[in-house]
Design a binder for this molecule. Sequence first.
Ligand code: SF4
Length: 402
Amino acid sequence: MNSVLELPTVAEDAVAVGADAESTNHELPHQELTGVEACSLENYLALPDHSMDDRIAAARAKLGKDVLLLGHHYQRDEVIRFADFTGDSYKLSKVAAETDAKYLIFCGVHFMAESADLLGRQDAEGNTIQQVILPDLNAGCSMADMAEISQVEAAWEALEKIGMTEGLVPLTYMNSTAAIKAFCGERGGLVCTSSNARAAFEWAFARGKRIFFLPDQHLGRNTGFAMGIPLEQMTVWDPWALQGGQSKTAIEASRIIMWKGHCSVHQRFLPSHVDQVRAKYPGIQVIVHPECRWDVCQKADALGSTERLIKIVEDAPEGSIFAIGTEIHLVNRLAKRFAPLGKKIITLDDAGCLCTTMYRISPQHLAWALENLIEGRVVNQIQVKRSVKKWARVALDRMLEV
Ligand code: SF4
């Protein structure tokens, strides 16, 4: 569901939503609007994609530097072409905070917009200066949604009951809700990205015996294994099973307790896909994201964050062939960009590696968000509760130590 509220001044916003603001604006005060029909989302959705191009460009021009459009690497072409910056979620949030833009339109998914709000500029009292907009509130992340804060709190309690929280450091991947980030911050843990996961694990092991890693089991396993931790010393916590589906003995023997979460896009890549591309293209290099399964990563030539995967292709000599295990929009764009430079890029599997939730952000949603801003209305603002923000920022700040 998408929602609309009147555009307040920054000071009014702090009063109106301030301490009680939710991470989405479902509970923000709605006001009776006049003349909203022209900006009703339904009117946009009835129109074809290409008819939005001129409207988006015109709205961008009219709003000028007040608006910054952030496009995640996995975003579809029809939307990302309007982005001021493209990148991964952390990079985009950091870049946005360094600008004077008042409105950040995040063409990504919900946790990314939350991160932009967490890292966005604030005044001396901690009030939001930059308002973050997610063009479609249905753009969630399957992985982030696999770790609900109530489940994580229940898991911690269960571990506490058997005396296992002593020396346990909670650590979460950026791809998690702000509430999970705050959970880690409050308990001496931190946030990591796929680029600094290893350094974050080292940070945690310097402070405790065990890591409680959320929400991606694959990134946890791949990182732990690369550090020399045997698979038997990494257990998966199933939030739907009694005591996570683990005995106390198994937990005691573990160095990493990994949440049973995964990315529905990256988990689709299988070891057989690696075998198939190697058989078809001799000399091909297989590079994959560490959200892929452990056995896929073991068969790959290299693994890395989206930024690193791009860099590997950039640095490769002419004539190189790559099969990339990550979201299809990024792979297709790289294939197009590097074909004239004599580098061939294919997807590791051409069936179903689309981030369907990010795909929900359409040109129609983008035009709708922009034209509402012109009319003086902020739609789909994402604002993290102040109490959550405090500890989530602690966890994010700790990441800068690694
Ligand atoms: S690709 Fe996976 S982890 Fe990334 S936003 Fe989509 S579902 Fe979430």
